[in-house]
Structures are given as structure tokens and as C-alpha cells.
Design a protein around this ligand. Structure first.
Ligand SMILES: Nc1ncnc2c1ncn2[C@@H]1O[C@H](COP(=O)(O)OP(=O)(O)OP(=O)(O)O)[C@@H](O)[C@H]1O
Ligand SMILES: [Mg+2]
Length: 444
């Protein structure tokens, strides 16, 4: 049963259609003009709206635009007695699912409506599937540390508090930030990600805050900043430690007052954006080293969510791996794949310096390379496979510290890779992280 709305200023047509669709089991309602229809749509969305094209006051196209704006999921079918190519093309461009020309038989219209509803069902199913795939592993962690963290994240999401996500590269800070936005009352509004590393200072400033015409060479017109797009929504400042000193200052003001001026402009712009920030560097030591403003740090650090590295929540490795394998099979259109017991052991004992990202890369690779439906240890990257072989049977005490292992592993991968990019890809970390690690361990 679907919720249908029939809009036509001809009484006979709308009541016959409504009666017909009710008789075949739908919840069909009727409206006599665009205005009445609009009020009903505002009250509650319909699965499908069947509307006349020519009506006084608000025509079918205007109604269509209104529906698409309020409830993009609703399907709209236009009925027109004046079938012209322009009408049809205009309607389809504006997002109509289909159009029918009057007069039509009940059988014809039933066919068009059922087809539309089937497609809509399919789309909803796909969406549900995608959402399930997006969220399941995050929400169902078996690690008590993670469960507590998610609990705090949920509570934080409901508030307006600024949240700082910390943790090594690849632990899932971006994933969690997006989840917090989805859990928050701001979920219907934009989630704007600003990566503080990728842009030069000048570009980042104008990207964030916008600029006015003539602010600098090449500023040929006024341009709003991305922060403005976050009005009502969430701003996620990724890799915040990389924010330059002047931008830290400008940002501090935004965090405090929710206002700023465009570059070169003097009009103050107010934006209601909730702030999330992430860093894989320890901001406290950045503050101690005077590289990060203390006042900004305290403003951001209202709630801290330290996302633990994968090796500190080993109980998550196999569930995550299984889920990623399932997702990879679907993506590569393969039969569902399984992990051989030895492969599972290898995954569980490896240290995952690149965290969830490295795990994901390892499984994607295995899913592509594997020739049967079972992933064996030698389908896994050498690093995983060899580390385990070298460590001996699972359960024996490791002879080296984590840092020693990480250092040795980095050196080996760097040795075997032609470029830094290649090494970073094998490790499942980004090049910036690789740079930092190389520096930390004194590898050149
Ligand atoms: N719980 C999870 N479930 C499924 N996939 C995850 C999960 N956590 C992380 N991932 C995947 O791991 C990869 C890395 O996650 P993400 O980008 O969120 O890490 P990060 O902590 O932001 O890393 P960086 O510090 O390098 O930016 C992504 O491909 C993401 O999809
Ligand atoms: Mg990230």
C-alpha cells in the first residue's frame, strides 16, 4: 500500500482516480488544486503524486518543484491534456518520474503508477542496504573501549558541544565525525568537511571564509566560503593541527562568536555551524611546543573522543574484516568470500600500523586477487603474511616493542617500494603520515 495524492481541478477525474486506487488497496487522497495539494504535502509526504499539468494558480510544474524541494523521495507523475514535447521535457528535467497524456485508461495509469512505486521500493532498499553497510561495523564494536567511546559520541551528538577527535591515522576519525553529524539534530543540514592540510594558507582562508571581489589577484567576483554552506549544519575541520597561526586566530573568533568577514570584506557574516575537529597529532603537545594556540585548543577540546588504534581493539579485527570482505564482494560482483582460518589468525595477530584503513586495503586487495571463494594467508599483503610468519605461532610473546616492529615494518616497505606514494598505499596511510613517521623514526 502506498500513499498517493491525486491533484486535478476536474472533480470527476480526481474522484474517479482516487476511488480506483483505493479499490486496489492504496491510500489515495485527492486535492482540487495546487494550493490544497501543497498544504497536504507540507503536513506529511506522499509516496507518489499524480498531478494535472494545467491548473489555475499553481500549475503542475510549480507543484512538482515544491514537492522535490520538500520531499525529494516523492515521485511525481504529470497528467496533461496538452501533450507537447516541451511540457514533457520540462517536467522530466524538473524531476518528474513520468507523464501521461489525457485521456488515458485506468489500466494505463495503474501500470505507470505501479512501475514507479516498484522503482521507488528498489531505491529505498538500496539506500537501506547502503546505510546498513555504512554503519553496522561502527556501531557494533565488540571492544568495550569502543562501545564506551560510541556511547559518549552519541551523547555528544545530541548536544551542541564542540568535539575533538584524536587518534592515529586510519582509526576512523572521519567515519566517526560523519556519524556524529548523522546522530545530531542537525542531520538534515550540510556536513562540511574542511581539510586543513591539502590547501595553501591563502587558498584555505578564502575557501573557508570566502572572499570579496578584488581581495587578491584572481578574485574576480565575490565568493562565499564553505563555512557559510554549513549554516544549520556541521563543520568538520580535519587535520586541525595543520592550521596556520593566522588561520588559528581567525578560526578562534569563529568558534567563539560564530561570525567572520570574507577575505577583503567588512560585512560580518553569521553562521550557525556546529564544530567537529580531528587530528592525528597530539594537540596538547602541539600547544606545549607553541605550534597550536592554547585558547583555540580549549575551545575545541570540550569533548574529546580518542579513537583507539586497531591493535588495541583486536576483537574488532575479524568482524570488520568480514564486513569489508562482504562489501568488497558486492562491489566486485563476486560470490561471498570467506576467510581461511590461517588467514583469520594472520589478520588477528598483525599489528596494523595503518589501522582500519590498512585492514580495508588488505581485504580489498585480497578480494580482487583471490582465485577461489576462500581468502588464504598468501592472498594477504606480504607485510601481514610475513610479520605473522616471523612472529611464530600466535600467542608467543613478542620480542620487540610496538615501535620497533613499526619501525622495522616501515623500513621494509620503504625498501620494497619505488615511491613514497606506493609505500604509503601499501601501508594504508597517507603520505603526510608516512613523512611524519619517517621523521619520528629517523628513517631516510
Ligand atoms: N568502523 C569502521 N567501519 C568501517 N570502515 C571503517 C571504520 N573505521 C574506519 N573505516 C575505514 O577505514 C578507513 C580510514 O578511516 P578514516 O578516514 O575515518 O580514518 P582517519 O582516522 O580519519 O584517518 P586519518 O587520520 O589518516 O585521516 C576508511 O576507508 C574508512 O572507511
Ligand atoms: Mg581523517
Amino acid at each position: 500500500m502506498a500513499r498517493l495524492l491525486i491533484v486535478d481541478d476536474e472533480r470527476n477525474i480526481r474522484s474517479n482516480l482516487a476511488a480506483f486506487f483505493q479499490s486496489i488497496g492504496h491510500d489515495a487522497q485527492a486535492a482540487e488544486n495546487g494550493r490544497a495539494a501543497r498544504a497536504m504535502i507540507e503536513a506529511a509526504p506522499f509516496d507518489l503524486v499524480l498531478t494535472d499539468f494545467r491548473m489555475a494558480e499553481m500549475n503542475g510544474l510549480e507543484l512538482l518543484a515544491r514537492i522535490k524541494q520538500r520531499h525529494p523521495e516523492s515521485l511525481v507523475i504529470l497528467m496533461t491534456a496538452y501533450a507537447t514535447v516541451e511540457n514533457a521535457v520540462g517536467a522530466m528535467k524538473a524531476g518528474a518520474f513520468d507523464y501521461v497524456t489525457k485521456p488515458f485508461s485506468l489500466e494505463q495509469i495503474q501500470h505507470v503508477v505501479e512501475r514507479a512505486l516498484q522503482l521507488q521500493g528498489l531505491r529505498a532498499e538500496n539506500r537501506a542496504l547502503r546505510n546498513a553497510i555504512d554503519e553496522a561495523p561502527l556501531l557494533e564494536s565488540a571492544s568495550s573501549v569502543m562501545v564506551r567511546l560510541m556511547e559518549t559520541a552519541r551523547q555528544a551528538a545530541a548536544s551542541e558541544a564542540t568535539v575533538l577527535l584524536s587518534g592515529e591515522s586510519g582509526t576512523g576519525k572521519n567515519v566517526l565525525a560523519r556519524q556524529i553529524h548523522r546522530w545530531s539534530p542537525r542531520r538534515e543540514h550540510a556536513f562540511v568537511v574542511v581539510n586543513c592540510t591539502t590547501l595553501s594558507e591563502e587558498l584555505l582562508e578564502s575557501e573557508l571564509f570566502g572572499h570579496v571581489r578584488g581581495a587578491f589577484t584572481g578574485a574576480i567576483k565575490d565568493k562565499p566560503g564553505r563555512l557559510e554552506a554549513a549554516d544549520g549544519g556541521t563543520v568538520f575541520l580535519d587535520e586541525i593541527a595543520d592550521l596556520s597561526a593566522p588561520l588559528q586566530t581567525k578560526f578562534l573568533r569563529f568558534v567563539q562568536e560564530q561570525s567572520f568577514e570574507r577575505v577583503g570584506g567588512d560585512r560580518t557574516i553569521r553562521v550557525d555551524g556546529r564544530i567537529l575537529a580531528a587530528s592525528n597529532r597530539d594537540l596538547r603537545s602541539e600547544v606545549a611546543a607553541r605550534r597550536f594556540r592554547e585558547d583555540l585548543f580549549y575551545r575545541l577540546n570540550v569533548i574529546t573522543l580518542p579513537v583507539p588504534p586497531l591493535r588495541e581493539r583486536r576483537e574488532d579485527i575479524l568482524p570488520l574484516a568480514q564486513w569489508m570482505l562482504a562489501a568488497a564482494s558486492v562491489r566486485n560482483r563476486r560470490a561471498p568470500m570467506q576467510l581461511a582460518p590461517e588467514a583469520a589468525t594472520a589478520l588477528k595477530s598483525y599489528d596494523w600500523p595503518g589501522n582500519v584503513r590498512e585492514l580495508r586495503n588488505a581485504l580489498e586487495r585480497a578480494a580482487v586477487l583471490c582465485r577461489s571463494d576462500v581468502i588464504r594467508p598468501d592472498d594477504l599483503p606480504d607485510s601481514v603474511f610475513r610479520e605473522v610468519a616471523a612472529a611464530g605461532p600466535a600467542g608467543t610473546a613478542p620480542a620487540a616493542s610496538l615501535e620497533q616492529v613499526e619501525r622495522a615494518h616501515l623500513m621494509r616497505v620503504l625498501d620494497q617500494s619505488a615511491t613514497l606514494d606506493e609505500a604509503a598505499a601499501t601501508l594504508g596511510i597517507n603520505v603526510t603520515t608516512l613523512w611524519r613517521k619517517r621523521k619520528r623514526y629517523g628513517i631516510d
